[in-house]
Design a protein around this ligand. Structure first.
Ligand SMILES: C[S@@+](CC[C@H](N)C(=O)[O-])C[C@H]1O[C@@H](n2cnc3c(N)ncnc32)[C@H](O)[C@@H]1O
Length: 211
């Protein structure tokens, strides 16, 4: 995460958005079962809400400094593992569900994103579910432009000035968003029997897949 991303992800505003919007959008109607893996917890805003569920929760985070912080700030009912989600240190079929919230666009290339989906498939048991709630790019350059204009109009209407919007553009310049269509194709190639985009609003989408 770059600095601007860190400021957003560690804020109270983000924690409230996670609780009121992101997790309800991502998990509505999905049964995660009793052994859940979250990939890319960052500062733990999503993890804190997930940890209130019953059952076991493991988080996998690439950054050792985020892991240290999570060990200090999370309750001890969450297992924290430092590793790369494109090569996970878990046995085949270990989890009943794997969830990712706003993390895939931090994985630097399409090949590694595809590899991450294959790893998710491997660590899920038969019948397990994968939820990926994520910023996505448009299906073509035309829709990238359309979504960018919509995003800017919304930000301006909410009161963003040039400096604030410039900061948002700088933060987003590092994002590696994949279109929904490509993600569905990776899921199918990974072996998921069922996969769909169950929610989409311009640059944000929720994909759910069942092994
Ligand atoms: C934007 S944060 C999302 C945090 C949290 N899910 C939320 O929505 O508030 C993305 C996190 O994914 C982690 N990450 C990026 N690539 C990863 C990888 N290959 N394996 C595991 N974690 C990774 C980053 O270190 C970062 O903490």
């Amino acid at each position: 995460m770059n600095r601007a991303h860190s400021v957003v992800c560690s804020s109270g505003l983000w924690a409230r958005s996670v609780e009121r919007k992101l997790l309800p959008w991502g998990l509505g109607g999905v049964d995660l079962g009793e052994d859940v893996l979250e990939i890319g917890p960052g500062f733990g805003a999503t993890t804190r809400v997930l940890a209130r569920r019953s059952g076991s929760l493991t988080v996998l985070e690439l950054s050792e400094s985020y892991c240290e912080r999570l060990r200090r700030t999370l309750e001890d009912n969450v297992e924290i593992v430092q590793a790369d989600a494109t090569a996970m240190p878990f046995a085949d079929g270990r989890f009943s569900a794997v969830v990712c919230f706003t993390m895939l666009h931090h994985v630097p290339s399409p090949a590694l994103q595809d590899r991450l989906f294959a790893e998710v498939f491997r660590v899920l048991r038969a019948g397990g579910v994968f939820v990926n709630a994520e910023q996505v790019s448009g299906a073509s350059a035309l829709f990238d432009q359309f979504n960018a204009s919509w995003h800017e109009a919304g930000a301006r209407q909410a009161g963003s000035d040039d400096a604030e919007w410039g900061g948002a553009l700088e933060r987003m310049a590092h994002d590696r968003c994949a279109p929904v269509e490509r993600q569905l194709s990776w899921l199918e190639q990974a072996g998921f029997a069922d996969a769909d985009c169950v929610f989409k609003d311009h640059r944000f989408a929720v994909l759910v897949a069942k092994r």
